[in-house]
Design a protein around this ligand. Structure first.
Ligand SMILES: Cc1cc2nc3c(=O)[nH]c(=O)nc-3n(C[C@H](O)[C@H](O)[C@H](O)COP(=O)(O)OP(=O)(O)OC[C@H]3O[C@@H](n4cnc5c(N)ncnc54)[C@H](O)[C@@H]3O)c2cc1C
Length: 463
């Protein structure tokens, strides 16, 4: 006989597992179906293992700077297998943690591949066969996977996607990274720090193209200083693979150049996992590879919701989780607020780090807004100097008429931790006055957040 649930969640990534736990907390009888691993891409092949690897690269970089800090470090080296082993261990630990959270919250876990099978019905293909379950509400949270471009398909040996790059079969000597979004730049940063001669090719006119242009330019300068080659307005058209060498045909400035590499990482975006879910039969609309939803993640088919990467940009774990909480509350009869996309911060954990929220200066101008812009360099901050991290800046953008904080953009050490201060400011609809009157602790990097706001109004003290 079919098991009955109030809520069935398909996919146990940061969208799905959070929706399942919140639903159970609100008294719903919940099942979560997962075909591969609890924690989804984020915990197993995304956010967490990349940060573990980047931490190894950061420590390695600092070891090379030991003398600057009055320290001695001889015979500095690395063991790539050990770096990867640590990263996989961190991922495993956190994925296991989701199992404990499910148990604690009495969420039924079903390991298998799920498909919609009519109103309120889901079939699950498990090791033991196919079972059917019924649910009043269904949340689709099947996530996304790496986009593959024709001719640039990963093979796991010479050409990698993000999964291959997280368990690299060798250390690249000459690396090409295609795409300079967060994923591409994080891998470029990791392998470049460990000594790979790294080239990044970006089809848009600048690296990290979604960031504020000034931040992109600042970051590019740092990447070049670190030895990376950056090719902008350039497109990889073809990869010829012969023996241990990949010849990349790169179109740039109206000409095609060929360059040889021993490794290529393709980081050209993601596509939603929409296949095999029975979406079409259920009447659920898909735009390219993403399920179309309204601001409450409703698909238009009664009782079926879509969240996280499956439901489109921004492709971020915290967006997925927040949507998970929101739909669970909606399903349980609550009245949650819809998500404000403009208040979701984006973070890139390269060296130097990048973080931003809200409008870029260009976007604010495009919208015809009268703006005030503040900037503060890391060089003017005591804590940054004490840390030995004088490279970076914080930029803030305000509506000149209302004082609304329209956007904040940062590059430099630990900015991925700082950005949340501005996110809270935007959530609470803070004005420039509130921020200027806030007392920031000393000595902290956060003081630069204050100074950037002060600068927007001609009042910066330390610069
Ligand atoms: C290399 C990399 C680094 C990243 N770094 C960051 C970062 O630093 N910060 C950040 O915010 N985001 C980061 N992301 C993005 C982040 O991983 C995703 O936004 C997030 O995982 C999306 O969560 P989700 O729950 O929507 O989907 P996913 O995490 O993709 O989970 C979906 C789950 O559904 C399962 N599934 C799919 N189909 C079925 C089915 N039919 N039946 C049962 N189960 C199914 C899958 O196995 C998967 O476990 C990174 C991504 C990558 C690739």
């Amino acid at each position: 006989m079919a098991q009955n649930f109030d809520l069935v969640v398909i996919g146990a990534g940061p969208g799905g597992y959070v929706a399942a736990i919140r639903g159970a907390q609100l008294g719903l009888k919940v099942a979560c179906i997962e075909r591969e691993h609890l924690g989804g891409i984020c915990l197993n092949w995304g956010c967490i293992p990349t940060k573990a690897m980047l931490r190894s690269a950061e420590v390695y970089h600092l070891m090379h700077r030991a003398k600057e800090f009055g320290l001695k470090a001889d015979s500095i080296g690395y063991d790539l297998d050990a770096v990867v082993k640590r990263s996989r261990g961190v991922a495993k630990q956190l994925s296991g943690g989701i199992g404990h959270l499910f148990k604690k919250n009495k969420v039924t876990v079903i390991m298998g591949e799920a498909k919609l099978a009519g109103k309120g019905r889901v079939t699950v293909k498990t090791d033991k066969g196919t079972e059917e379950i019924t649910a009043k509400s269904i949340v689709l949270a099947t996530g996304a996977r790496a986009r593959e471009l024709p001719g640039l398909e990963p093979d796991g040996k010479l050409v990698w996607n993000y999964k291959h790059a997280l368990v690299p079969p060798h250390m690249p000597k000459k690396l090409l990274v295609i795409g300079s979004g967060a994923i591409g730049i994080e891998f470029a940063s990791f392998f470049n720090t460990l000594g790979a001669k790294t080239t990044v090719v970006e089809v848009m006119d600048r690296v990290l193209p979604v960031e504020d242009a000034e931040i992109s330019a600042f970051a590019k300068k740092q990447f070049v200083k670190q030895g990376m080659t950056i090719m902008e307005k350039a497109a990889v058209k073809k990869l010829d693979r012969k023996g241990d060498i990949v010849t990349a045909h790169i179109e740039v400035g109206g000409k095609t150049e060929t360059h040889d590499f021993d490794t290529v990482i393709s980081a050209v975006g993601i596509v939603g996992n929409t296949e095999g879910l029975g979406l079409e039969e259920a009447g659920i609309k898909v735009d390219r590879t993403h399920v179309i939803t309204d601001e409450y993640c409703r698909t238009g088919v009664e009782g079926v919701y879509a969240i996280g990467d499956l439901a489109g940009a921004p492709w971020l774990a915290h967006k997925a989780s927040h949507e998970g909480v929101m739909v669970a509350e909606l399903i349980a009869g609550g009245h949650p607020h819809a998500i404000k996309p403009g208040s979701i911060a984006g973070c890139t954990y390269c060296h130097p780090q990048i973080a931003s929220v809200g409008l870029t200066e260009a976007k604010a101008k495009e919208q015809g807004l009268d703006i005030k812009v503040g900037r503060f360099p890391f060089m003017g901050n005591g804590k940054a100097i004490a840390l030995g991290e004088p490279e970076g800046m914080i930029k803030t953008i305000f509506d000149a008429k209302t004082g609304e904080l329209l956007g904040a953009h940062m590059v430099g050490a630990e900015v991925t931790e700082l950005i949340q201060g501005y996110v809270i400011g935007r959530q609470l609809e803070t004005t420039e006055q509130d921020l200027m009157e806030t007392v920031f602790p000393h000595p902290t990097l956060s003081e630069m957040m204050h100074e950037s706001v002060l600068d927007a109004y001609g009042r910066a003290i330390h610069f």
